[in-house]
Design a protein around this ligand. Structure first.
Ligand code: MLT
Length: 218
């Protein structure tokens, strides 16, 4: 655990310099340790950057404040999203990971802050796996997310995340040009093994393309 760079976090280097980096964003009540096993399952050999949300909801860490379930404190969300983006930039300078291969993996509240980061800092994240995500805010201006691969995994019986809200997020991302892969399952809020398997397969196709995009730019 490291407390510098503004967030308590873990950083685990990848197998080699060309490894992608997964930004792991936990759900409400989680911490920087929680998603590391998930990251290792999804992308073995990748580097992992895993911050702990700075907001405490009765002791449960979150990435931004909410006023009620599914009702977000928009001012705090904006501030915390910018803070997270600054942390990612500082961490890339500190640890030397390749930002052209930075992929967010978020669950629930972590998926929502990832969605907010995608909308407010287009280009920072090169791809994203969002488990149980909803619309963080309705953007006034449509960002340019041309070709950004985004995997969304949603549960039709999720009582925290209304299905039409996840659909709306997919539409916003799609209208911005992202390459959205929205998968539905007859399941609730907790993540299932099947979805982890699907996300792993999706990443195994997306990650090499991020590498080759960078190699072409050399
Ligand atoms: C949120 O607050 O981000 C969502 O309602 C899901 C969660 O509780 O993490």
């Amino acid at each position: 655990m490291s407390a510098d760079l503004g967030f308590v976090h873990r950083y685990l280097p990848g197998e080699d310099e060309s490894s992608p980096t997964l930004l792991l964003l936990h759900g409400t009540g989680g911490n920087e340790e929680d998603l590391i096993p998930l990251g290792q399952e999804l992308a073995p050999g990748a580097a992992f950057l895993s911050p702990r949300g700075k907001v405490s909801e009765y002791g449960a860490p979150r990435f931004f404040r909410r006023l009620a379930e599914g009702v977000f404190d928009q001012e705090d969300l904006l501030l915390r999203t910018h803070e997270l983006a600054e942390f990612v930039e500082a961490a890339s300078a500190e640890y030397g990971f390749d930002r052209s291969k930075l992929v967010a993996v978020g669950y629930s509240n972590g998926a929502n802050v990832a969605a907010s980061t995608i909308l407010l800092h287009p280009g920072l994240l090169k791809a994203a796996v969002l488990f149980r995500a909803m619309v963080p805010f309705e953007p006034d201006l449509t960002p340019d997310l041309s070709g950004m691969p985004v995997f969304l995994a949603a549960g039709r019986m999720d009582r925290m995340i209304p299905p039409d809200n996840t659909q709306r997020l997919a539409d916003i991302l799609d209208e911005a040009g992202a390459d959205v892969d929205l998968r539905w399952r007859d399941t609730g809020h907790p993540l299932t093994y099947e979805e982890v398997g699907e996300a792993k397969e999706w990443l195994s196709e997306v990650l090499p393309k991020l590498s080759s995009a960078q190699d072409r730019g050399k």
